[in-house]
Design a protein around this ligand. Structure first.
Ligand SMILES: [Zn+2]
Ligand SMILES: [Zn+2]
Length: 66
């Protein structure tokens, strides 16, 4: 079980509601590194804590960057 690094409740994806179960050890570590973006392995969106709304990365609002 991974805890949210901000609210310390069990971390679940706000977008799809599924518990965050990283498939690699790197993703687990990334959750605790503020500079790294973490994507939900289930829905592919930027991981946002369902409990507190903390965003693990930048929200992908603009897709014009190239
Ligand atoms: Zn949280
Ligand atoms: Zn998700």
């Amino acid at each position: 079980m991974i805890k949210c690094s901000f609210c310390e409740l069990p971390l679940a994806c706000k977008a799809c509601g599924k518990p965050f179960h990283p498939r690699s050890g790197e993703a687990h570590i990334a959750v605790y590194q503020p500079d790294m973006q973490v994507s939900c392995p289930e829905c592919g969106k930027v991981l946002t804590c369902r409990e507190c709304g903390f965003v693990y990365g930048e929200e992908e609002d603009n897709e014009t960057a190239s």
